[in-house]
Design a protein around this ligand. Structure first.
Ligand SMILES: [Zn+2]
Length: 287
């Protein structure tokens, strides 16, 4: 089955494909252990691509049976390059631009990428949800959190029709990164705002392509589960992976302060990562 069919099948089963961003090669085997054969998409942002090398990331993804996504690609040329390099999917992101420009650029990227690689799955972004997968002390500027500012079903349907995207990531109260509770958000268990489950349902009913949720970090478990049941077919997780990787590494280094062999202290870092990914996959309906 190709990736798009796998995503559609997940949607029909009220499950969501896990999309995990990696910034370090040792994350691959940890994610593979957690996924234990379930479909997974590995995402590499432009920064992560520059760090890992797109070719190496693709080889690693293939060797573990993962799909590879060129995450948040911001130029048409970048989308063409990612398609040529053999990425299975490309997230084209012009969501910070006004609607007409977002439509125009996304349509150009879809045409360029599909010409470079037939069958590459193209995702478009509608509504700004912030740019950085970090832990924030203040609420990121310009992010759409009020329902009246979120893309409407009509707008989303028009976007899909005019751009030809295979997947749509709408702003539905999700934010890239995690917001500390002290920064003030909306949900009960943290600083991240609550998702609009109602808007997800309305969008699901109005458009024919699968819906993708970015910013899966910092959303309480019940929010994620409700989003998947309402019609989200893929969930992106990045910030939580970074946070767990770094926290576990600091802890491991402190616990083995005289140890210089990564083979000795890295396994506990990767176990922590594995545990997080397994927990998320279970929430998404894969256990
Ligand atoms: Zn994202």
């Amino acid at each position: 089955m190709n990736l798009l069919d796998i995503i559609k099948k997940a949607g029909k089963e009220e499950r969501a494909i896990g999309h995990f961003n990696v910034g370090s090669f040792d994350m691959f085997p940890a994610i593979a252990r957690a996924a234990s054969g379930a479909p997974v998409v590995i995402g590499v942002s432009e920064g992560e691509r520059a760090h890992l090398g797109l070719g190496h990331a693709k080889d690693m993804a293939r060797s573990f049976g993962f799909f590879l996504n060129a995450d948040h690609t911001r130029t048409v040329e970048g989308a063409r390059e990612a398609a040529r390099a053999g990425c299975d999917m490309i997230v084209f992101d012009a969501a910070d631009k006004p609607f007409p420009e977002n439509v125009r650029l996304t349509r150009e990227a879809v045409i360029a990428a599909k010409r470079a690689r037939r069958g590459v799955v193209m995702e478009g972004e509608l509504g700004y949800i912030g740019g950085s997968s970090s832990v924030f002390d203040a609420f990121p500027q310009g992010v759409v959190i009020r329902e009246e500012d979120m893309p409407t079903p009509d707008m989303a349907a028009r976007f899909v029709k005019e751009t030809g995207v295979d997947l749509l990531a709408p702003a539905v109260g999700n934010v890239h990164g995690m917001i500390r509770p002290s920064a003030g958000g909306g949900s009960s268990s943290g600083g991240n705002p609550a998702l609009s489950i109602r808007r997800i349902k309305e969008l699901r009913a109005a458009i024919r392509v699968p819906l993708v949720l970015h910013g899966g970090s910092g959303i309480p478990d019940e929010g994620l589960r409700a989003a998947v049941q309402a019609g989200i077919s893929m969930v992106h997780v990045s910030t939580e992976l970074r946070l767990v990787w770094r926290t576990a590494l600091q802890r491991a280094l402190a616990a083995h302060s005289a140890e210089i062999s990564p083979a000795k202290f890295m396994p506990e870092v990767l176990s922590a990562l594995e545990e997080l990914v397994a927990r998320k996959m279970k929430l998404f309906g894969y256990d």
